[in-house]
Design a protein around this ligand. Structure first.
Ligand code: HEM
Length: 204
């Protein structure tokens, strides 16, 4: 658990995230929407691998910041939410939001609905990522609530896989990011399995 969000860590994660968005936008000529969405997925990936890695390495406490990836989880999670929200606003404002989710429409509406559910859950998790809220909720309830991060993972990856592999919107077929995202998803699932196996074998 990462109950302490420090200003220094927020500045580092925020600056690097914005820098990466700018690199994707100007060096790789992606749209703003895609630049923000891709960086948000990278941040989510890092958040998701930190949990099982900490379990496998048995490093829960934040003593030396750089050596303890778990100490960055709160900040990474909050910046994931900010960047994902920016992606939603960039996509939604020109379409006045309602055009994104049309009942009876194509898979485009369904995948946007999946993205919206992921975003709402993300914002709930973000509000409950601040130290004072964690203290208010209690560690046990907080842990249960934050198990929902994996629901966000599956929803975000369903949303992403649709746009990369199945959509007829924009460029058809995956690019480098589609394949990278598939590898990231496999890594997250394998690490989850490894952390689970470690807990099970410890009990035997
Ligand atoms: C946690 C929330 C979200 C994340 C992490 C996310 C992430 C992504 C990713 C990774 C892509 C693929 C971009 C690419 O191929 O490069 C994408 C595309 C897209 N997303 Fe989301 N998304 C989220 C929420 C939403 C919401 C709420 C909507 C609208 C209701 C939405 C609408 C779109 C649209 C229209 C695209 C098509 C491509 C584009 O112009 O970027 N997304 N999203």
């Amino acid at each position: 658990m990462d109950a302490k969000n420090t200003l220094v860590q927020h500045s580092i994660v925020g600056t690097l995230s914005i820098l990466l968005v700018l690199i994707l936008r100007f060096a790789l000529s992606l749209t703003w929407s895609k630049s923000f969405s891709r960086v948000s997925v990278i941040l989510l990936f890092i958040v998701l691998i930190i949990g099982p890695i900490s379990k496998l390495r048995k490093t829960e406490k934040c003593s030396t910041l750089l050596m303890m990836p778990g100490c960055w989880r709160g900040e990474l999670g909050i910046w994931f939410a900010i960047i994902a929200l920016a992606h939603f606003l960039i996509v939604g404002v020109p379409r006045k939001f309602l055009g994104l989710i049309e009942i009876g429409g194509s898979g485009f509406g369904l995948t946007n609905l999946i993205g919206l559910v992921a975003l709402i859950l993300t914002l709930i998790l973000t509000v409950t990522s601040f130290g004072k809220v964690i203290t208010f909720l209690g560690v046990e309830s907080w842990r249960k609530l934050h198990g929902l991060t994996y629901v966000v993972f599956y929803l975000v990856f369903a949303h992403l896989i649709y746009f990369q592999f199945f959509s007829t919107y924009g460029q058809i077929g995956p690019d480098w990011f589609g394949y990278l995202a598939a590898v990231m998803a496999i890594i997250v699932i394998l690490l989850q399995i490894a952390a689970f196996m470690k807990i099970v074998t410890k009990k035997i």
